[in-house]
Design a protein around this ligand. Structure first.
Ligand code: MN
Ligand code: MN
Length: 303
């Protein structure tokens, strides 16, 4: 069963898929070679696709039928050699470029968070510097000093900032908490003007103020939304490889995504769902609903 019982993108006769005529392409990226702790996110696309059959199309808050308004196709799962991380990045960037060339918006289910970097690279080449709203417990701006690898799942935002893929001051990180490797973990983000809404910041200013500020600041920038499900509290998203207590609730993240209505969403991913650690598919259901909410944002702007 495809994502949300939607049509599957047709074969292009050259071994790939034809994305022509689609407004949005759902793409699974079953890669978890970048995980530093418990692996398993590679299986998320299969489980999220399965439970997404339960999601219905009419969005009562936005007042639109998402799947009637948005021409959305399931683009299947990316195929790649699993033991070559560099090849995975290149193939994913190429596939996202193909989605963009067809005029569609990529909506992605990971995989671990390392998959976000090649997606941002492809989007940058199409749109220029981006605004990024990043839900996560972790800053994901680590370097090779952690585990001796520059491209694991704790590093995508560091590269995105260093490569200028994100406009100055347009990285908005929410849900951040837990211990750091050292006092300087926040330095890279600070140098690039990243806005960090840690859980202790949210205790002080409240989620509503944070959502208001984020929505005001991203303005009309081409916006990428990346949701690491460990940004949510493990009580809401138990199926993830690096859980940290004290996070966002499902309702808070749904509110955040809905509040981005009217902004220029040019791509989205939900990453770090680990079905083997999940209970009652809670995290897969959450991921399916977050993907649906992102599609609703696109449907609101569909012609
Ligand atoms: Mn994380
Ligand atoms: Mn992350």
């Amino acid at each position: 069963m495809p994502f949300f019982r939607l049509p599957v993108a047709a074969a292009d006769g050259k071994g790939g898929l034809d994305y022509t005529g689609a407004d949005a392409i759902l793409l699974g990226v079953p890669y978890d070679g970048g995980t530093t702790y418990q692996p398993g996110a590679r299986l998320a696309p299969y489980h999220v696709r399965r439970v997404s059959a339960l999601v219905q199309g009419f969005h009562p808050v936005h007042g639109i039928d998402v799947f009637a308004r948005l021409r959305c196709r399931d683009g299947g799962n990316l195929v790649f050699p699993p033991f070559n991380a560099g090849a995975v990045r290149e193939l994913l960037q190429l596939e996202i470029a193909r989605v963009l060339d067809a005029g569609a918006v990529p909506v992605i289910i990971g995989g671990d968070h390392s998959i976000t970097l090649p997606v941002l690279r492809a989007l940058f080449l199409k749109h220029g510097p981006l605004a990024v709203v990043h839900v996560d417990a972790h800053l994901d701006t680590s370097g090779p000093e952690v585990w001796g690898d520059a491209y694991h799942h704790g590093t995508p935002l560091r590269h995105a900032l260093a490569e200028g893929l994100i406009a100055p001051g347009q990285l908005h990180q929410i849900g951040i908490r837990g211990g750091w490797g050292s006092a300087t973990d926040g330095k890279i983000g600070q140098e690039h003007g990243a806005r960090v809404y840690s859980m202790s910041d949210l205790d002080r200013i409240g989620i509503s103020a944070a959502i208001r500020q984020i929505c005001a600041e991203v303005e009309n920038w081409p916006l990428y939304l990346t949701i690491d499900v460990d940004g949510l509290d493990p009580a809401f998203a138990p199926g993830t490889g690096t859980p940290v207590p004290g996070g966002l609730s499902s309702r808070e993240v749904l509110r955040l995504v809905r509040a981005l209505a009217g902004r220029r969403l040019c791509g989205c991913d939900v990453v770090e769902v680990c079905p083997a650690l999940d209970h009652a598919d809670l995290t897969s259901h959450l991921a399916a609903h977050l993907l649906y909410e992102a599609l609703a944002l696109l449907a609101l702007r569909a012609p």
